[in-house]
Design a protein around this ligand. Structure first.
Ligand code: ADP
Ligand code: MG
Length: 399
């Protein structure tokens, strides 16, 4: 789960990371009022959306007066911000953060990520701050400094000092950098984050070390331990299909093709999508019904997949271990009776209770296309999608 910049800053500030004074606003009027409250002569108005690259997309503006804040906000509120991290539709702007503008001397990149290879928290830093990490690693990979945190002892001050030294930060500021890094690490650990990114962390001309931007991502599977973090969820920033799926305990990922995929397990989802592509098709989405799916859950999954207008065929691919093929089959039958499914449905079942599952499908009398192997299922799905509707009806009626 992602949160907004202002929320991440609030969390990090509690862990000793220094941030500029700022306040949230839900309307242009409130933004000017907030700026007056903050005081000073220069502010930065920042669109709060769950995406980076806002600066380049016009979502971060320096303002010198009330009128300018008002005008900037009028342009931002209600609009969708399209950045290189969003899709073509962008993300809606419903909140802005007004922050005191600070005199920047140097910008750094500072990130904490979960490194799967070493199974450790990794610090990634660079003197090329302000630029996205993808660009830094493409254009100046040598500027990137990395360090691994040993979980048994946690992040050590000497590691932070070493990074500060490698980044060429003024030695008089080393202690501030150590505090910033330690704060980020503790916030990461204590909230089960998977990413904390400060880009840029800046040294100001009056020699302060500040986090000017902050991003935090949390492990969805650990959110039950952090109700105060779960509360920060902003559904306006999520794909509505994905949030509806999450609300039903399913995990849904929207894609651009035409074949809807209902599978169990992320690994099988990957294999299913690869096989669809191999057969010449494109997946529209994948929906993971997880282990122990009941007929109800399968029916819910169908409803979700069918709510995507691009779906022209549905491929159900289940390899049942904990799951039971008969339950999945019952779910498919229930769904086809309850939900309007006017596209071909291809079902491949394998594993626990597969014979019972096949029987349920066969007995239902519904136009379900059955397949025994994944390749066969993918080919049939692609074939059914490519055929025109009248041919599909013939194919389906013949089953
Ligand atoms: P994004 O990464 O989404 O583009 P940032 O918060 O990083 O958004 O802002 C973009 C740039 O705007 C920063 O790299 C920094 O140069 C500048 N900036 C952001 N906040 C401030 C601030 N409070 N004072 C001065 N400059 C700022
Ligand atoms: Mg940034």
């Amino acid at each position: 789960m992602d949160i907004h910049e202002y929320q991440a800053k609030e969390i990090l500030a509690k862990f000793g990371v220094e941030v500029p004074p700022g306040a949230l606003a839900y309307s242009p009027e409130q933004a000017t009022y907030r700026a007056r409250e903050l005081g000073g002569e220069r502010w930065v108005v920042k669109a709060q959306v769950h995406a980076g690259g806002r600066g380049k997309a016009g979502g971060v503006k320096v303002c010198d007066s009330d009128a300018e804040i008002q005008e900037t906000c009028e342009q931002l509120f209600g609009r969708n911000l399209v950045t290189h991290q969003t899709d073509a539709e962008g993300k809606g702007i419903y909140r802005v953060y007004v922050e005191g503008a600070v005199p920047i001397e140097r910008e750094f990149y500072l990130g904490f990520v979960l490194d799967r290879q070493t199974q450790r928290v990794m610090i990634v830093a660079s003197g090329e701050g302000g630029t996205e990490i993808e660009d830094i690693s493409a254009n100046s990979p040598d500027s990137i400094v990395r360090a691994i945190v040993e979980p048994a002892v946690g992040l050590q001050d000497f590691q932070c000092r070493q990074i500060a030294f490698k980044l060429g930060i003024d030695p008089s500021l080393t202690q501030h950098v150590v505090r910033t890094m330690q704060g980020c690490y503790r916030a990461f650990r204590e909230h089960d984050a998977t990413m904390v990114e400060i880009n840029p962390m800046v040294v100001t001309s009056d020699k302060r070390v500040l986090a000017l931007d902050a991003k935090m991502t949390f492990d969805d599977n650990a959110l039950f331990r952090h109700p105060q973090i779960s509360e920060l969820r902003d559904k306006s920033q999520e794909d509505p299909r994905e949030s509806r799926a999450a609300d039903s305990g399913l995990s849904y990922v929207g894609l651009d093709g035409n074949i809807g995929c209902i599978v169990n397990g992320a690994g099988l989802a990957m294999a299913t999508m690869d096989t669809i592509k191999l057969a010449g098709g494109e997946p529209a989405n994948f929906l993971d019904i997880g282990g122990g799916a009941t007929p109800d859950r399968v029916a819910k999954a169908f409803r979700l997949v069918m709510s995507d207008k691009n779906v022209q065929a549905v491929l159900v691919n289940i390899f049942a271990g904990i799951n039971r093929c008969d339950w999945v089959a019952e779910g498919v039958v229930q769904a086809l009776k309850e939900v309007r499914v006017d596209v071909p449905v291809i079902v491949r079942l394998a594993g626990t209770n597969v014979e019972e599952g096949q029987k349920i499908l066969a007995k239902s009398g519904l136009p379900i296309i059955r397949a025994n192997t994944l390749m066969e299922a993918a080919e049939r799905a692609v074939g059914a999608w490519q055929n025109d509707l009248s041919q599909n009806t013939v194919v389906r009626a013949a089953q």
